[in-house]
Write a protein that binds this ligand. Structure first.
Ligand code: FES
Length: 210
C-alpha cells in the first residue's frame, strides 16, 4: 500500500473501509487469474510503477503466466493505447522476471525438476541462496524437510541477496519486508510470504520444480 493510501486509511477509516469492501466484493465472482489480470491492467492504466510491480508479482504467484499477462495487456489496447503498453513492458523487462524470458527469445520449456547440487553442503538448520537455471532460490535445510523459496520479494520482485540473511531472518533491501527463512512467512512490514517451490530428494539430490 502506498504512503498516500495509508494516510487516507488513517485519516478517513470509514470511507476507505467502504472503498476496500467495494473492491473486494467486485471480484468475488471472478476466478483468481482473471481478477489478477484485471488488477494488472488497472495499474497500467493508472501508470503506477509501484502498483504494477506489486500486482504483477501477485498475478504470477497466483498462476498467471507471462504470456497471459502480455495477452491481457494487448487485449486492453483500446483502453490503454500503445504508449501505456510500451511503458508497462519497459517496467516488466526491468524486473528481469524469468516468466517473461520468452520476450528475449529464450526457448520455452515445460516446467520440470531441476537439480540443486549446491544444496548438498547446507548444514541442517541453515539457509543458503543458490542460483539454478536462470533463477535464484533460498534453500532451507530443516530438521524434517527441505524448503525452497524464490529469491524474488513478493512485494515488488526485488531479487533478495544472500547478504539479506541474518540469523533466521531475510530482510528485503528495498522496503524492508522481513521473512522467516525457514517457513517463508512474512514476519514484518508486509503481508505476503515468499513464493515456495515444490522440492524433493531424488537419488540423494535435492531437486526443485518450476
Ligand atoms: S520489493 Fe518492497 S520490500 Fe521487497
Amino acid at each position: 500500500m502506498s504512503d498516500a493510501l495509508k494516510f487516507l486509511v488513517q485519516a478517513r477509516p470509514e470511507a476507505m473501509g467502504h472503498y476496500f469492501s467495494f473492491l473486494k466484493d467486485c471480484g468475488t465472482r471472478l476466478d483468481p487469474k482473471t481478477r489478477n489480470l484485471i488488477s494488472v491492467i488497472t495499474k497500467v492504466h493508472a501508470q503506477t510503477e509501484r502498483g504494477l510491480r506489486q500486482y504483477l508479482v501477485r498475478a504470477l504467484r497466483e498462476g498467471c503466466s507471462g504470456e497471459e499477462i502480455l495477452d491481457a495487456l494487448l487485449m486492453a489496447f483500446p483502453a490503454l493505447g500503445l504508449a501505456k503498453i510500451v511503458w508497462a513492458v519497459d517496467v516488466i523487462l526491468a524486473m528481469e522476471l524469468p516468466e517473461f524470458a520468452f520476450a528475449a527469445g529464450a526457448v520455452q520449456v515445460q516446467p520440470h525438476w531441476h537439480d540443486l547440487p549446491d544444496a548438498a553442503g547446507i548444514p541442517e538448520g541453515a539457509t543458503r541462496r543458490i542460483e539454478c537455471d536462470g533463477r535464484a532460490v533460498f534453500v532451507h535445510h530443516g530438521a524434517q524437510r527441505w524448503r525452497v523459496f524464490d529469491s524474488r520479494c513478493p512485494h515488488q520482485s526485488t531479487d533478495i541477496p544472500q547478504l539479506a540473511l541474518e540469523g533466521g531472518t531475510l530482510t528485503c533491501p528495498r522496503h524492508g519486508w522481513q521473512f522467516d527463512a525457514a517457513s517463508g512467512a512474512c514476519t514484518a512490514h508486509g503481508d505476503q510470504p515468499l513464493r515456495e517451490w515444490d522440492c524433493r530428494l531424488h537419488e540423494g539430490r535435492l531437486q526443485v520444480f518450476w
